[in-house]
Design a protein around this ligand. Structure first.
Ligand code: FAD
Length: 481
């Protein structure tokens, strides 16, 4: 009998270390690789504009790689169950395999699909292709999910090291007959406006791009990650987040490469750097652990008292923030980097998020939604954790009363002002001592730098000291109930 297994690609757009693909190969029959475009099944969090851009290019890359192995990717539209059933009818496939996702809408849909296939006598299996540790495998001594990062990561690292990643297949037994699919271009994933020039220039989506990025990071920055990771001006972090989100590289592959690096370079600096970097991969694990165990947090704060917080409805403030026109250079630099690259440095994400939530008192929901639409790495687990962490309403969060000062944060982490000069070019000629607070610069300094405040660059949208007091008053109100 000739078995045919459908490999349903989702957030695992790679050939190497892909457990579902490897399982399909082990079945020794033919393989039909499939992608289903089904945004309406993602609930409220349908892929944003930047994510769609990435997805288009990632699918194009995966498609070429599969074609080279003689198993072309078939693209269909959802709902997924209907599309898969149709494919089974057309091809007489006997099994469907996929790697798991952890978003509540995906879990509910996948459960339903598994059940339907079992009832139909179709073998349906899912695998772990996205995480080092399954959320249900890590628990406190009393069997509860973790809500604090340090003990969570300690428990993870006390477990066996992640197994070796699987090699990419050299050949795939694809179907000899052609199965009809939708051309990628017809999905309309690319933006209608010419907004993606910066992203095209900066990123190479796809499996090869992921490995090139990891190599560049290990060659240039990993050894000093502990010192450089907070410096947005130096690009000291890996920029692997979109590749990890779309599964163009697996955390297991990253883990092993970093571990190898640690074994070869035995200096204390490298030991510290690799430990710190792997802990960031740990935060990604933690975010998925929380998403799985507390799925309501995608729409509501984990710490319930924050549902009573009196947020401002400030459409003008939100617009200024989104456009990078707040008058605080480090905030504006971050928001403009986001607009152009679809990505922002982690330190700056924390600064801009704190500014929105605490200086402008605009709900973290509005920030999470903007990030969702504009980030190429938009990820429901990481984005929810990041916003609730900043807003003080999530697990192991920064307390709400710790309010970032955008000027001192800029001075501390963009020491020479180069990050601001790059992304806010109208301030480029300001001397470093004034670049993070141009409104405090003497008139002759501003004139010499060609900056007319209120014309070339805005005055601060709010006075940070006053905004801080206002935020603390709002916090006190929910404390008192
Ligand atoms: P590196 O420092 O090189 O870290 C390596 C990898 O570890 C990252 O690629 C990422 O997968 C993971 N990681 C690092 N920091 C975190 C973290 N704090 N939480 C979870 N995982 C982490 N990350 C996303 O991937 N998608 C998001 O939608 C997202 N939204 C965020 C929103 C806010 C408000 C904040 C404060 C953070 C958010 N993050 C998000 C986390 C973090 O900012 C990014 O993962 C990181 O900046 C990506 O850059 P990098 O790949 O160079 O990170």
């Amino acid at each position: 009998m000739n078995f045919l297994t459908i490999v349903w690609f989702r957030h695992d757009l790679r050939l190497a270390d892909n457990p579902a693909l490897a399982a399909a190969l082990e079945r020794r029959g033919q393989i039909l690789p499939v992608f289903i475009w089904s945004p309406e099944e993602e609930g409220r969090w349908t892929p944003g504009t930047a994510s769609r851009w990435w997805l288009h290019h990632s699918l194009s890359s995966l498609s070429k790689n599969l074609q080279a192995l003689h198993a072309p990717l078939v693209i269909r539209r959802g709902p997924a169950l209907e599309a898969l059933n149709q494919l089974i009818d057309e091809t007489r496939a006997t099994a469907v395999v996929w790697n798991r996702r952890y978003e509540p809408a995906a879990i509910a849909r996948d459960k339903q699909i598994k059940q339907a296939f079992r009832e139909r006598g179709i073998d349906a299996e899912s695998y772990n292709g996205s995480l080092l540790y399954e959320p249900w495998d890590v628990a406190t001594k009393t069997g509860q999910p973790y809500q604090v990062f340090a003990p969570f990561w300690k428990a993870c690292t006390a477990r066996e090291a992640p197994t070796e990643p699987l090699d990419a297949p050299e050949y795939l037994p694809g179907l000899r007959t052609k199965v009809a699919g939708e051309p990628l271009e017809c999905l309309g994933l690319l933006p209608k406006l010419d907004w993606d020039a910066g992203m095209r220039e900066h990123w190479t989506p796809g499996e090869a791009g992921a490995h090139a990025r990891l190599k560049q990071f290990t060659d240039r920055a990993l050894g000093e990650y502990h010192e450089l990771r907070n410096r947005p001006d130096l690009e000291g972090s890996s920029q692997l987040s979109p590749y990890l989100h779309f599964g163009e590289i697996s955390p297991r592959q990253v883990w092993h490469l970093v571990d190898q690096f640690r074994r070869v370079h035995r200096t204390p600096t490298v030991q510290q750097a690799t430990k710190t970097f792997l802990a960031e991969i740990g935060w990604r694990e933690f975010a998925h652990h929380l998403l799985y165990h507390f799925p309501h947090t995608i729409n509501a704060p984990l710490r319930e008292k924050f549902t009573r917080f009196a947020w401002e409805q400030d459409a003008t403030g939100l617009k200024h923030w989104q456009r990078g026109q707040t008058g605080y250079p480090i905030v504006d630099a971050g928001m403009r980097q986001l607009w152009q690259w679809g990505w922002m440095h982690n330190r700056v994400r924390m600064i801009v998020a704190s500014f929105l939530v605490k200086d402008l008192l605009i709900s973290w929901h509005a920030g999470a939604e903007w990030f969702w639409d504009t980030l190429v790495d938009a990820d429901l687990a990481n984005n929810t954790l990041g916003w609730q962490w900043t807003a003080g309403c999530g697990a192991d969060a920064a307390p709400f009363f710790r309010i970032f000062n955008p000027v001192s944060q800029g001075q501390k982490f963009d020491v020479d002002g180069e990050y601001v000069r790059r992304w806010v070019p109208e301030l480029a000629r300001l001397p470093t001592e004034h670049i993070h607070a141009p409104w405090e610069a003497p008139a002759d300094v501003l004139a010499a730098a060609g900056v007319r405040l209120g014309q070339d660059y805005p005055r601060p949208l709010v006075d940070h000291a006053l905004a801080r007091t206002r935020a603390l008053e709002r916090l006190a109100a929910i404390k008192d109930g």
